[in-house]
Design a protein around this ligand. Structure first.
Ligand code: AMP
Ligand code: GLY
Length: 437
């Protein structure tokens, strides 16, 4: 049969409902190779741009059945929960193409004990640590080490599993409430007690197909809720890319001392890593060290990276899914920096009110080189309303970081909802001229 070109028009499924998934969706829709994008569960922005399937439940098998029935050519998974549940294994067992790690590979994020033990065994630079399941044992170690010290729940905790303790009492209390299940439930059955590292944090995401590793440009998240990196940690309040402190030589070093050794270590343990490997790094005086690994795209890092990507994302991700990354030419990036600021609901990451109409979205969307990515939004009739903590990401390209930041803030000022809150200082480390902090 003659090639009708039908296969070159892909149907893609994006799993998730945050700004990260909306950014991936909009980028995929720019590809001439993409016919339709489906999003599940999606949000108001994804419902406007793409199609939302009606499924009875969101377990991986329901998604597999949908993808098989609809002839989905490529599935991209945003949130870690699905990966830890084994969505990639479920898709692959039906011969469906999916971007993400298997359940066993996803342990690099879903178990901090797994990740730390792997790094220790293979000499990958990270903070010194011990693992505990008994309070008294942890107490003795913490008292010996002193503060500051970091307490981490082993399992997935939705960003609530880590306490950076300034004093021993706080550390002991964190261990107590974590091990007792009060803090993050079962995820806290074991804790990692870790040396405090000083330095600037940076996120390096890499695409991996089991043979080839292609790092993306560096980005930096802002985890704390308040300006000056104060207050409790969130999922991330903004991001920017590139990160001036990460020059070409440092990128090479991160690749040769962290990314490649980690993939090789997993391989030696019988695990082939595919999908996105996200290394959260601390740039310490002794060089880059791993703070954590994630098994997926970062949110909001993705919203600061994708506006800069010039290469067709659908082609790249299909190559990841099909194990052909090595045959692709190098990724092309817009040299202009991108700054992403997140408009959140006041009170997040604690309790916050939702259901407020969002005004000004159209005006912002009309601005050139400004990108509006919905997070926790919902449609109420024709109206877009707030539906959670991180509501909308606004990303801006600019001639330099200052320019991109000014444009992002000029855009976000046009947005309004009743309890809008955003940080006013995204990218401050780059603009302060701080080089190692
Ligand atoms: P994680 O979920 O492991 O990335 O931890 C959340 C945040 O806690 C990180 O982004 C850091 O800001 C901070 N953190 C985690 N581990 C350490 C550490 N060993 N030293 C200093 N800060 C840390
Ligand atoms: N930005 C942090 C994360 O995606 O986990």
């Amino acid at each position: 049969m003659a090639d009708t070109g039908a296969k070159s028009r892909m149907q893609v499924l994006v799993v998730g409902s945050g700004g990260r998934e909306h950014a991936i969706t909009l980028k995929l829709l720019q590809s001439p190779k993409v016919d339709a994008v489906w999003c599940y569960p999606g949000n108001a922005g994804m419902a406007q741009a793409a199609r939302i399937p009606e499924l009875d439940n969101d377990d991986p098998n329901a998604l597999v059945e949908f993808a098989a029935a609809e002839g989905i050519d490529l599935t991209i998974v945003g949130p870690e929960g699905y990966l830890a549940e084994g969505i990639v294994d479920a898709f692959r067992s039906r011969g469906l193409c999916i971007v993400g790690p298997s359940q066993s590979a996803a342990q690099i994020e879903s178990s901090k004990v797994f990740a730390k033990n792997l790094m220790e065994k293979y000499g990958i630079p990270t903070a010194a640590y011990r693992v505990f399941s008994e309070y008294q044992d942890a107490k003795a170690y913490i008292e010996e080490m002193g503060a500051p010290i970091v307490i981490k729940a082993d399992g997935l905790a939705g960003g609530k599993g880590v306490v950076v303790a300034e004093d021993v009492e706080t550390a002991l209390e964190a261990v107590r409430v974590t091990l007792s299940g009060q803090r993050v439930g079962e995820a806290g059955r074991r804790v990692v007690v870790e040396e405090f590292m000083e330095g600037q944090e940076v996120s390096i995401l890499a695409l991996c197909d089991g043979k080839t590793c292609v790092p993306l440009v560096p980005s930096q998240d802002h985890k704390a809720v308040g300006d000056g990196d104060r207050g409790p940690n969130t999922g991330g309040m903004g991001a920017y890319s590139p990160v001036p402190v990460v020059d070409e030589a440092l990128q090479q070093k991160i690749c040769s001392s962290i990314l490649l050794p980690t993939l090789e270590a997993l391989h030696k343990e019988g695990i082939v890593y595919t999908g996105v490997l996200y290394a959260g790094l601390m740039l310490t005086e002794d060089g880059p060290k791993v703070v954590e690994f994630n098994s997926r795209f970062g949110d909001p890092e993705t919203q600061a990276l994708l506006p800069r990507l010039k290469t067709d994302l659908a082609e790249v991700l299909l190559a990841v899914g099909e194990g052909r990354l090595g045959s692709l030419p190098p990724l092309e990036w817009d040299p202009r920096p991108c700054v992403c600021v997140i408009a959140a609901s006041q009170g997040y990451p604690g309790p916050h009110e939702t259901g407020f109409p969002i005004r000004g979205l159209d005006a912002v969307e009309e601005m050139e080189d400004i990108f509006v990515y919905h997070g926790a939004t919902a449609l109420q009739g024709d109206e877009v309303v707030t539906a959670g903590g991180r509501v909308v990401s606004i990303s801006a390209l600019g001639d330099d970081i200052q320019g991109a930041r000014d444009r992002a803030y000029a855009a976000i000022e046009k947005l309004d909802f009743e309890n809008i809150y955003y940080r006013k200082d995204i990218a401050w480390r780059a603009l302060d001229g701080k080089k190692g902090d």
